[in-house]
Structure formats: C-alpha cells, structure tokens
Design a protein around this ligand. Structure first.
Ligand code: SAM
Length: 221
C-alpha cells in the first residue's frame, strides 16, 4: 500500500477526511521527505507506514482539537521537516501558516517541499523562537501556535505563548508524558498568561499514545 492508501485506510477511524487535493499534495510530501532524508537528517521515521501514521495522521489530529477558520494565522515553532505546520497548511489552504525553525538546512528542505506540493499559504522564518517572540512582527499576532517534539511543556510555553493573541491557543502535540509535564508547568502558565483548556488523548493505529494539550491564552504575556 502507498503512504496515501495507508493514511486513508486509518484516517476515517478518527473522523478525518482526506480529500483529493490533500491526498495528492501529501503524496508529493511523502516522496520528497524520503528524498530529502537521504541528503540531510530530517526525520527518524522513514518508512511508508510511519510517514502515513506517525507523521501525517498524527499531525492531522490537531483538526480534532482546533477549529481552524479561513484567514486565521498559525505559527509552528520548531517545525523541522514541517510537522505539524506544513500538514496544517496543506489541509487548510485558507489558513496562513508560519513555519519557524532555528535550523536553516531543514527550512530549505521544507521550503522546497512546500513549493513542489503547490502549498502557497506558508511563510518560512529562520529564527530562534525566544528571539522571534520578542519581535513586534510576530508577537501576539497568531490565533494558534503549535509545536511537536521540540521541548518540555514548561519551556515550550515560553517559546510559544508570546506569539499567541489573547483568546488564541497553543496546541502542544505530545506523547503520553503530557500529565507530568503539565504538573511541572504551573508557574510558567501563570507568568505567560496561559490556562490549560483541555488535554485530548489519542491512540494511533499500532497503539502509540498521543496527547494534544490546548493551552488558552487568557491574558497578555
Ligand atoms: N516539529 C518537528 C517534528 O515533530 O518532526 C521537528 C521536531 S525536531 C526533534 C525539533 C526541531 O525544533 C528542530 O528542527 C530544531 O531545530 C527546532 N528547535 C529547537 N529549539 C528551537 C528554538 N529555540 N527555536 C526554534 N527552533 C527550535
């Protein structure tokens, strides 16, 4: 089975629809991801099943937690090979997604992949999150920030909440360690103006546990 066949076969169990446009673009993404991985170390997951389930489906689960509306702005902090930011941009062509990372060579690959996929609603930003968050161009300008596999929650809140508008959310894509990390993040939450809105547990096909923590920004950072 191809990456897209595996994705389609599993996504419907989660109530996620893979339309024709998304399928075509993700097919190109999967192919290029493998090609880039041969040149630079982009991601440890290299097999078709892993790309379909642990990258694409995992990232699409954010659509079960967030209501992305046309015209909204999302920033993916530490996007690496584009996860979850480039997947969100592909699924929501009318949402503007900023892909931020401190590693230039990964961003070069992401920029190339987005271009080849025909995904135009992305902006690539090469910066450290803690610096960009102080820049008025980015500060409190986003409806959502996302991050997957970048740091522990306490640190992530410092990286991401400065980007989020009051009333917006930070979506933290985590493995099953989420609850311990939340216990350790109380002080940062208070200082940065965040409040845990919900913790959403998922089990991926194959049994891996995931949690998406929705941190609402209730006051200015
Ligand atoms: N989010 C992707 C994923 O889930 O596959 C990439 C995860 S990778 C393990 C972590 C990424 O975060 C790397 O690309 C790294 O360059 C980036 N990163 C780590 N600290 C950062 C910071 N302070 N500012 C911006 N990017 C950062």
């Amino acid at each position: 089975m191809s990456i897209i066949d595996i994705l389609k076969a599993n996504a419907s169990d989660y109530g996620i629809e893979i339309n024709q446009d998304l399928a075509e673009k993700l097919e190109i993404y999967g192919k290029l991801l493998k090609e880039w991985n041969d040149k630079i170390n982009l991601t440890a997951i290299k097999d078709d099943e892993g790309i379909a389930v642990k990258h694409f489906l995992d990232c699409l689960l954010v659509s079960k937690v967030a209501d992305f509306k046309d015209g909204m702005k999302v920033i993916d902090v530490g996007t690496g090979a584009g996860f979850p930011g480039l997947v969100i941009a592909t699924a929501y062509p009318n949402v503007n997604v900023t892909l931020l990372d401190s590693t230039g060579k990964k961003l070069k690959a992401v920029e190339n992949m987005a271009e080849e996929m025909g995904v135009k609603n992305v902006k690539i930003v090469h910066a450290r999150a803690e610096d960009a968050g102080k820049n008025s161009e980015f500060r409190e300008k986003y409806d959502f920030a996302t991050a997957r596999a970048v740091a522990e929650l306490r640190v992530l809140l410092e990286y991401t909440l400065p980007f989020v508008k009051v009333g917006g959310s930070f979506l933290s894509l985590k493995a099953a360690t989420a609850k311990e990390e939340i216990d350790g993040a109380g002080n940062s939450l208070k200082t940065l103006g965040g409040k845990i809105d919900s913790i959403n547990d998922f089990t991926l096909p194959g049994g891996d546990k995931r949690a998406i923590i929705n941190v609402k920004k209730i006051s200015q950072t």
